[in-house]
Design a protein around this ligand. Structure first.
Ligand SMILES: Nc1ncnc2c1ncn2[C@@H]1O[C@H](COP(=O)(O)OP(=O)(O)O)[C@@H](O)[C@H]1O
Ligand SMILES: [Mg+2]
Length: 309
């Protein structure tokens, strides 16, 4: 695993100590550094390429629901892409397609320009429920995915130690997961995912159930791990501030059918904090775009009454 220096974000503060470095750089009155992009970047060698994908589900009454409609998206190697959109707009569906757990109705999903037809060890999906095994110790949980991958015992042991160190959980290697806090369990899940050394981490609202303080810490941890390992991350959230805290780019998906409504490049310096003024200003810009989509989704859920998100 060789971190790619070209992909390292230009951290200037101590990322372990949220010194509010980006706040320090914030100048009152400066324009927010979020740039709206009309089209995806057109690099010839994307890590992940969604090429005109659409997906419709069969509903219980025999009709079809168009969940995703003609999505074109390119994700560059080492990029941190965040995807935002209202509940039910197809965010999880999109990640499942990239993970190879589902196939599009039309269009194709490409990894390194090769079609994705099934799950593979080059991509890993991390979600809120974690999927840790309570009967296995922390170290064994981290080892599990590597066993599936057929790595030798010696290599597995080496990686368990390395990745537990990386998420600062070495001393909990022999604990059971019920002995850990929610945030620590989330870090075990991260270590387990990273230990299989996938090219792409697919994260589906992984921190949504955590308290604010734990989530802040995990943002710091995830950003550090991303910087140290040079992985490509596609991170789904319905929280716009979280997307700006973490992403190089934010893609906004519209509600029914799910289309890429707009993309934004986030040019704020790292590390960022959720409560930074600059993050709030950028979030405001995206939220204005998102609000109409949230209204549509609420109307769908609660009927035709006037609703305000
Ligand atoms: N297996 C399925 N069968 C039928 N409809 C589904 C299935 N999975 C998701 N959907 C529908 O597709 C839409 C998008 O779902 P999802 O991707 O879970 O949205 P999100 O993650 O953005 O909340 C929703 O309307 C949901 O009800
Ligand atoms: Mg979802």
């Amino acid at each position: 695993m060789t971190p790619n220096p070209a992909l390292q974000p230009s951290f200037t503060g101590d990322h372990r100590n949220p010194a509010r470095a980006s706040n320090a750089r914030w100048k009152a009155g400066a324009a927010p550094s979020v740039v709206s992009l009309r089209q995806a970047d057109s690099d010839a060698n994307p890590k992940v390429h969604l090429d005109g994908i659409s997906l419709s589900y069969k509903t219980n009454d025999g009709k079809r629901l168009l969940a995703l409609d003609n999505i074109d998206l390119k994700v560059q190697p080492g990029e941190f892409l965040c995807i935002v959109g209202p509940s039910g707009c197809g965010k999880s569906t999109l990640l499942h397609l990239i993970a190879g757990l589902n196939q599009p109705t039309s269009g194709s999903v490409l990894m390194d320009n090769k079609p994705v037809t099934a799950p593979g060890t080059d991509r890993i999906l991390i979600f809120q429920e974690l999927g840790l095994f309570p009967w296995l110790k922390v170290g064994e949980n981290v080892e599990f995915g590597m066993k599936m991958k057929g790595l030798s015992k010696a290599e597995r042991r080496e990686r368990v130690d390395y990745y537990l160190r990386l998420v600062h959980l070495s001393q909990f290697k022999d604990s059971y997961t019920h002995q850990l806090s929610g945030g620590m369990r989330q870090r075990v899940a991260l270590a387990r995912a990273l230990a299989t050394e996938p090219d792409v981490l697919l994260m589906d609202e992984p921190f949504a159930a955590l308290d604010a303080q734990t989530r802040d810490l995990l943002h710091d941890e995830l950003e550090r791990l991303w910087a140290e390992t040079g992985r490509t991350i596609i991170f789904v959230t319905h929280n716009v501030r979280e997307a700006i805290r973490l992403g190089d780019r934010v893609a906004l998906i519209s509600f029914r059918p799910g289309k890429i409504k707009r993309e934004y490049r986030v040019d704020l310096p790292r590390p960022r904090q959720l409560e930074d003024v600059s993050v709030a200003l950028c979030a405001r810009e995206i939220l204005d775009d998102l609000r109409g989509e949230i209204d549509k989704s609420l109307r769908e859920q609660y009927g035709d009454k006037e609703v305000h998100a």
